[in-house]
Every structure is written in C-alpha cells, then in structure tokens.
Design a protein around this ligand. Sequence first.
Ligand SMILES: Nc1nc2c(ncn2[C@@H]2O[C@H](COP(=O)(O)OP(=O)(O)OP(=O)(O)O)[C@@H](O)[C@H]2O)c(=O)[nH]1
Ligand SMILES: [Mg+2]
Length: 373
Amino acid sequence: MFATLSDRLAETFKNLRGKGRLSEADIDATAREIRIALLEADVALPVVKEFVAAVKERARGEEVSQALNPAQQVVKIVNDELVTILGGETRRLRFAKSGPTVIMLAGLQGAGKTTLAAKLALWLKEQGRTPMLVAADLQRPNAVQQLQVNGDKVGVPVFAPEPGNGVGDPVGVARASVDEAKRRLHDVVIIDTAGRLGVDAEMMSQAAAIRDAVQPDEVLFVVDAMIGQDALTTAQAFLDGVGYDGVVLTKLDGDARGGAALSIRQVTGRPVMFASSGEKMTDFDLFHPDRMASRILDMGDMLTLIEQAEKDVRPGAGAQGRAEAHRAGRRVHARRLPRADAAGQEARLDDQDPQDAARRGADPRAARELRRA
Ligand SMILES: Nc1nc2c(ncn2[C@@H]2O[C@H](COP(=O)(O)OP(=O)(O)OP(=O)(O)O)[C@@H](O)[C@H]2O)c(=O)[nH]1
Ligand SMILES: [Mg+2]
C-alpha cells in the first residue's frame, strides 16, 4: 500500500532540488503535484484540499527552518501534515476503572472483525491482560466456529453459548458475556459482531442494541483499507447508526492505493487506533501516525537528518547540539554503509556534516535526494 503515493511524492521533491529558495511558482507547482498525488492515491477530496492548503501556507510562511534547503523544508512540511491527517498522536485503548473493559467490534462483512478480535486478544494477552472473546455473530455460517478456531490459535477462551448460524440472540450473548467475564476474572471482553455485505438498517439496529446492552468502553469500527473511498461512506453510516470511538484499519498489507487510510481520520473525526496488516495473528499493532507518515514518505533517514539539522540551529542548541547532529549523521552513515556499498554507492570517509554523511552512506534514495537538493 502507498507505493504509488510514495513514488509520486518523491518525484515532487526531486523537482525542488537545487533550488536556492522557493518562489511562488515553485510552491504552486509543488502544491499541484501533491494534490494530484493524493487524488491518485484515492484520498478524499476535502482532505486533499485541506492538506494542500496547509502545505502551501506553511511553505510560504516564515516558520520554515533556515537549517533546511527548500526540498528538505517541503519534505518536512509534507511529513508533518501527513502525521496530522493521520491523527497526530497514537490513541491508546481506554480501560475500565473497575470491572472488565468491554470492547465491541463493528463493521461490514469481510472487514476482518473476527480475525481482528483474536489479534487484539493476543496483543492484550501479551501485555498481561486476560481477555475473553465473545461470539456475538450468530448470523454468518460458521462465524462462531471461526472465532473458536482463532481463539485457540492465540490461546484465549471464547464465550459461545449459542450455536449461531441464525440461532440465538446476539444481544443476550453480549450481555451475558460481561457477567461471565466477571465470574471468570477476565479483565477484557472482546465482542465479535455480525457484518453485512452492505450497510443495512437491521444490521445497524442489532449493533446499536448490543452497544446499549453492554455499554462498551470502546466501540471499534473495523474497516478494510482495500475498499478505497467506499470505506468512507460505510464509516459515516456506522458513525450515524452505531457510533464508535476508534477505527481499526485492516488489510494494510494489500496493494490498494491507501486513500481510505489517509482520509478516515479527517472524515470521521475518530482516531485510527490499530492497524492490521496480514493474515497472521501477529500482523497487528497500535497505529502510529508518525510511523505511517514516514512509511509513506519512505525517507526515514532524510527525516532523521532534517530533525537533527533543525536541532542544530535551534537557538541555544550550541556546540553540543551540533556535535549531536554530527553524531546522528555518522550513525546513519554507519548503519547504512554496507547496503550502500552493495548498491555501488560512493563511500568516501571524511566526515564533515550529517548531510554529507547522508550523501555518502544513507538510504540510496534519501542520499540521492540530498545530493541533488
Ligand atoms: N491480507 C489480509 N487479510 C486479512 C486481514 N485481516 C483479515 N483478513 C482476511 O480477510 C478475510 C475476512 O476476515 P474476517 O475476520 O472473517 O472478517 P469479518 O469482518 O469477521 O467478516 P464477517 O464475519 O463476514 O462479517 C479472512 O480471509 C481473513 O483472513 C489483514 O490484515 N490482511
Ligand atoms: Mg466475522
């Protein structure tokens, strides 16, 4: 995911290389390219507009650091704005103050809820929690069994008092699960609910009834990041019909363009809390906006250098800051040298400044950018 967007943005930054300062025309051209890149990545139009306006405003403003050349400044601004649209800070789970924490999952059919229930249970277990899974999808054929199989895989018990396949009351199961968890001393309850192919009223009211019955500490909307802009329509429908506290993006390992992942925070106002990126139970983690942004930009080393260069000139940083920046540059260099060598990169060994280190040793792409900038 995001490969095309990464390439497009890299192309945009390349066009800024060698510029002494950014003219109004440069800023306009850059903004236009970023706009196209985001639209091609299937990012929602209002999000694109806001993003581009922010980049333009900041590129024109005086806030940009003197330590950075124009290409670096734009990379930094785009990175910051990506972090912003992805939600800024990582949003962590809220646990109940007393009694079991109740987490309810909702989403369309095939979004990845049942898989995610087990992944989340494993993740919580690894943090010392004692989760219990709840089979409240009594609609889909074999949904109960699927959850049991997944629960077995991660060694987490499944509360499944009803056979499912159309038999049993999901609201009753959800309600009973909280008492069961108290009795068996589970501190987290994860409720898997039924999905439907499309949004429908019956599905929404069932999910809302489960929510009302158990008053979850967190309702998580699970959405397949592969479905593109449709995800946003669904996200809005669930917001209206059930309401939720956070979003889980699944199938981030897919090769879709990733626009939904980039838009959903702004469109719904709800944070992305977790990301799921594969079929294995361990393909799951907290969602970190900053890490996702640097994955999209695919310029980790360059961002490190930018950060260090900024530190270097910040008033009061002084000699110590400069020394630190220098060391950081060397670290990047040392870490990347073998790969750079393999790629036939030049490797002169005179350490002058971090940028120079990057020119020689960093990630070939970042190094290339810097050399041209
Ligand atoms: N590649 C990939 N596949 C996933 C991921 N998460 C789930 N899947 C697969 O997507 C399919 C649907 O996942 P489920 O967990 O059954 O989805 P669901 O939301 O419970 O579906 P319903 O119960 O029908 O509503 C399964 O084949 C999963 O293995 C992921 O992060 N990456
Ligand atoms: Mg399911």
